[in-house]
Design a protein around this ligand. Structure first.
Ligand SMILES: [Zn+2]
Ligand SMILES: [Zn+2]
Length: 173
């Protein structure tokens, strides 16, 4: 969406923003994201002199692929954003963007905050049991009786040695 200085000034320096936008690249660029609904941005633009602060909340429903069991699940993404712009080159810094136009798009910022809020290694539930590495069953829905024997060979040898020494005849004297 575009924010225009003119509109913000006309509203006495504070303008409510409400916008729904599509961010198809979020899904295309994140393999763990299977789907994303339209993103809703609600916030406020406040101008003081040549500065404007735009802040609010961005929400969307995301369908993730669980990184353990690979099943899809839906989660709400909700994240704050807060950006400042200026038309004065003297005031522009790392956190304050210089804009020369009367109207400018804030879509790239919204896309950035959504990308930053995406779950890394999403899980469908905190105690998701994942897939069985032996039979491939989803252990949440199909518990299996596979026994994972992943003991280290050296530990197995040690266990054998301990067992053997235990069996040695004990000297009576
Ligand atoms: Zn899962
Ligand atoms: Zn199994």
């Amino acid at each position: 969406m575009d924010v225009c200085w003119q509109d913000v000034r006309k509203s006495g320096g504070s303008l409510s923003l409400s916008q729904r936008l599509e961010l198809p690249r979020v899904q295309a660029e994140n393999p763990d994201v299977l789907d994303i609904t339209s993103v809703v941005m609600q916030g406020t633009a406040e101008s003081t002199g040549r500065r404007m602060r735009i802040h609010g909340v961005v929400t969307a429903q995301l369908t993730y692929k669980c990184s353990r069991c690979l099943e899809p699940f839906i989660q709400t993404l909700s994240t704050d954003f807060d950006e400042s712009v200026t038309t004065d080159p003297q005031q522009a810094q790392d956190e304050i963007w210089l804009v020369n136009a009367d109207c400018f798009s804030i879509d790239p910022w919204i896309e950035q905050v959504v990308n930053l809020a995406i779950e890394f290694c999403p899980v469908c539930q905190p105690d998701c049991q994942g897939l069985c590495p032996l039979c491939g069953n989803n252990r949440n829905t199909h518990p299996c009786n596979c026994v994972e024997d992943v003991r280290d060979v050296r530990l197995t040898a040690l266990a054998q040695w301990v067992e053997d020494s235990d069996n040695e005849p004990v000297d009576e004297r």
